[in-house]
Design a protein around this ligand. Sequence first.
Ligand code: F6R
Length: 610
Amino acid sequence: MCGIVGYIGNREASPILLEGLKRLEYRGYDSAGVSTVATGKLLMHKRSGKINELERELTMRGMPGTLGIGHTRWATHGEPNSENAHPHDDCTGKIALIHNGIIENYSVLKKELQAKGHHFKTQTDTETLVHLIEEFYKENGLLEKAVRKALLLIKGTYGIAVICSDEPDTLITARNGSPIVLGIGNHEYFVASDVAAIAEHTCNVTYLDDNEMAVMHRENLVIKTIDDRPVEKRVEHVAFDLEKIEKGGYHHFMLKEIMEQPQTIFDSMRGRLVEEEGTAKLGGIQHELESLLYARRVLLSACGTSWHAALIGEYMIEEYVRIPVEVEYASEFRYRDPILDRDTVVIVISQSGETADTLAAVREAKRKRAKVFGICNVVGSSIARETDAGIYLHAGPEIGVASTKAFTSQVTVLSLMTLLLARMSSMSSSRGREIVQELKILPEKVKQILNAHKDIEQIAAKYANKQNFLYLGRGYNFPVALEGALKLKEISYIHAEGYPAAEMKHGPIALIDDNMPVVFIATKDSSYEKIISNIEEVRARKGKVIAIATEGDDFIKTKADHTIYIPPTLEFLTPILTIIPLQLLAYYIAVKRGCDVDQPRNLAKSVTVE
Ligand code: F6R
């Protein structure tokens, strides 16, 4: 989703801004722009398309200035073209603004501003805010005051950065609902929507909270609330490994992240397994463990891939901890009037920790006094900071727009949480030790599946020209079917549906003919016999069967057109293995179809708008 970078200091701003924007490319964007202040003038350059093209133009024309802002835009209001790209300037050409989020009352404000003579050049909601700032700036001649007054009239969400050619020693940023991090350097400050954009310059950061505004001059930084009340902020030290956000020899981030999974799954468990006691240790939820253990009901909420992980969590917690669990899309949860009480624990799952709907679900749940736990990957993200307790995935930055390693880490962390709770209730120590032993060897098993990537690539080549796919699974592997289908559709643009296998005969079976590939997750577990019957139903209608099966199951080969084996494991841990071939299948099909896997059309990495 949109990215923000800002700089004030003594170095040339534009190279810093462009580098920062490149670090945010993975979030998805359709246009980009940069603005600086030099010799009392506001300079601006923006265009649709890639940052490399913007960079080429800037190198040719030059863009001096030691104060500047840069933006990557993911269109919400108005087409993705050069005009609608940020920054936006006011009528005087002195003030420039970049914005992430959505201004909900922009059309009313725009009409009022037009009536006062403001001339609008774009179809964006953002442009309204820069004219509003201009209006107040005319009154008082102080950028800080003008921004403050303007923001008090805004309804909606924003992360913004503003500069003005009359104030070459001022960079202003503010947040309400869209993340902003400030980097503190030596006589210089950085602003970004994601720490990755500024990590190469400083490890000292502070995160803005909602309704806060920071005013930076080269020699000082002041953070207050939007309505001008002082706030205390902590400077945090972030250790960010830049290598982790490079492609490291792979063609795509997605493939790199799929291949990293033996390590990332291991990292999610590192230091958390207690072998001799057959349990897990999760420091981030320790202080709230009782509320979870004695909850009468658990509500899991998330979006997209994280929602699929939540479904697996539901099966795990109900089977082993025997607490009733419900799973709800965060976007639905937040707009209903969910029934929550003190005995309900809400657990949200989010890779980015910034998904607008999930964050809103956290706030709604807290408003209703439920305890809220978070399972997040991005350290210091809004959800991580706003939940009562939480577990980090430690999967490292996920750059690929299609989530892969975060999913397996989410399921791993859910299994650790289940183990811990089960051991505190009815699970025996011997069963706990068996689970710990199995968790320990999972990364090796994932490695083994990844080693067969060439076979999966061949299957992908055979089916890359198909227009529809079905994914079927039962029990723990039903959510895996949903996730496999999501992976395929989002990067290859093939229509794919996931179903619980038994549901097929209630409708989707009508789709099956000799042109329909059906991916079955048919591991040797409690529903094996049933899934074999479902495979027969597909074969009888000449559908093509791709089976994900358990090593040693030769029988299934007589039923499937293609078989991809995974090593055996405990049933509740199978999703961590069965998803791997489905990620690879989606990846290779997309590559064969010539799709841009890391920048799929219309998608953004972190969905910070509703
Ligand atoms: C799919 C994908 C999305 C995200 C969803 C939630 O590959 O990446 O469906 O899972 O947008 O994002 P997070 O987990 O960051 O809240």
